[in-house]
Write a protein that binds this ligand. Structure first.
Ligand SMILES: [Zn+2]
Length: 458
């Protein structure tokens, strides 16, 4: 799961309008359900030991995106999919690291000890300062052409402020904080961009009222390109019984830097591999795509890239995305039912995936798990193009989250079994041959009552 504190610009695909899926209101029908023969076809085959072994292998080496550790994990995942006979593809995409070699912001020969933005352009510019307020689109005029824009932080994204002044011909950005202390923002390499304190910024605003002020920005940032991967494995249905629809089941294979990432998210990968192993030998009428994403920890870069390269005809056929991230944490979930398993959607609304998930836990464990609202994982880009999506996770997360202690020792086989059974049984409702194809614009049955819960994940 992506860290809340590392709020970098997330490359999401553009929001596409699509026909909204309308779901029936939950009825007051009793939740009492029981395990069906269909469920048993899947859940009895799930082996938590298999999953545990996958996690053990993957978490032996950190899998930070763009490192050898990621490649080692990707090769393992790929080999597992291939051994199942799945049409498997490793999809590379670029990621960028920025190394700051020098950063200087100077006014009247005084060093402001500014901090270059992540993704600042490099350059050495000396020019007059122009106060452009918060640099919203309407605020920035041509007066900034050839000048350094003095920008107030707040209201709109850093990258948009930089974009707006760059569009009007500015040669540099000096942005001041709207809270105490130093800060750094983000840019996309257009021009030198440096952050200074609120106090320094307000002083410059005053100074500009008395006449021109000249500033110098000298930034040298090295852009280092690396490669990260998405692994995709396609399981095709029997040609004579193909609904033409696609269900995607995803997790992320990268870890945070130097983190073993046993629960985050080798656990999700282990579930994806285990469900692939089982579905390969189960008759289905719907294509299933098993996906593991790189660079989730950098802001869902891999899943965003994956969705962005899909032909629209594939997106149109995708009816559900199940994301599993952190599904084995022994100490996660406090004393919430079913180990704290919950389904988070981007908009905080129920959808086909949450309906099926709650229904599955109701049948399997006599408890309809709740849903809530959270992004911060790879369900985001799928949601953004109109695909019903949810994140399955134990919440709140365990104390080992994003720490070097996220090791195999803190993995619960019981939780792995439960979360994977839930997603497996839920997905099987769509892909099993005896159920009709879903009509995305039609009303899908909500078979159990389940509640919205405002449960913080960390
Ligand atoms: Zn994470």
């Amino acid at each position: 799961m992506f860290g809340r504190k590392s709020i970098i610009t997330v490359l999401t695909t553009s929001m596409l309008l699509s026909a909204g899926v309308v779901y029936a209101q939950t009825t007051n029908a009793a939740n009492a359900q029981s395990v069906t023969a269909f469920d048993n076809k899947i859940i009895k085959k799930i082996s938590a030991d298999n999953m545990y072994n996958t996690i053990k292998y993957l978490s032996a080496v950190p899998r930070e995106a763009g490192t050898e550790g990621e490649v080692r994990g990707v090769e393992y995942i790929e080999s597992q999919f291939k051994s199942l006979g799945l049409e498997t593809r490793r999809i590379p995409f670029p990621i960028y690291d920025y190394k700051t070699n020098s950063q200087l912001a100077e006014v009247d020969g005084v060093n402001l000890n500014g901090r270059a933005f992540s993704g600042s352009g490099s350059g050495n510019v000396t020019a007059e300062l122009v106060n452009v307020g918060k640099a919203t689109t309407g605020e920035v005029t041509d007066a900034v052409a050839g000048k350094i824009a003095l920008v107030a932080r707040g209201d709109i994204a850093f990258v948009d402020k930089v974009k707006n002044v760059f569009a009007k011909g500015a040669v540099g950005v000096l942005m001041y904080n709207n809270a105490s202390g130093a800060f750094t923002g983000q840019a996309n390499g257009e021009l030198p961009a440096v952050g200074i304190t609120r106090e320094q910024g307000l002083n410059l605003v005053e100074k500009l009222k008395n006449g021109p002020v000249t500033a110098t920005l000298n930034v040298d940032i090295q852009k280092i390109e690396k490669t990260s991967f998405v692994v995709e494995a396609k399981l095709k249905p029997n040609k004579n019984k193909d609904t033409g629809q696609i269900v995607t089941i995803g997790s992320h294979h990268d870890s945070v830097p130097n983190g073993p990432g046993a629960n985050d998210d080798a656990s999700g990968v282990s579930a994806v591999l285990e469900l692939a192993r089982i579905f390969v030998n189960t008759p289905i009428d719907t294509e299933v795509r098993f996906l593991t994403f790189g660079s989730e920890e950098r802001g869902m870069v891999g899943s965003s890239f994956y969705v962005s390269q899909l032909p629209q005809s594939d997106i149109d056929r995708m009816v559900a995305h199940f994301q599993m991230d952190m599904i084995g944490g022994a100490e996660a979930g406090e004393d919430h039912p079913l180990g704290g398993l919950i389904m988070y959607t981007i908009d905080g609304q129920k959808n086909l995936v949450t309906d099926l998930g709650a229904s599955a836990t109701s049948r399997l464990y006599d408890v309809a798990i709740p849903y809530g609202q959270l992004g911060r994982s790879d369900h985001q880009p799928f949601h953004d193009v109109g695909i019903p999506s949810a994140l399955f996770i134990h919440s709140p997360v365990e104390p080992q989250y994003h720490k070097p202690t996220d090791t195999i020792d803190h993995i619960s086989k019981e939780k792995l079994q439960q979360a994977t059974s839930t997603v497996g049984a839920a997905a099987y409702q769509i892909i099993r041959p005896d159920t009709p194809a879903l009509e995305r614009a039609h009303v899908a049955p909500a078979t159990v009552n389940y509640d919205y819960e405002n449960r913080p994940v960390d």
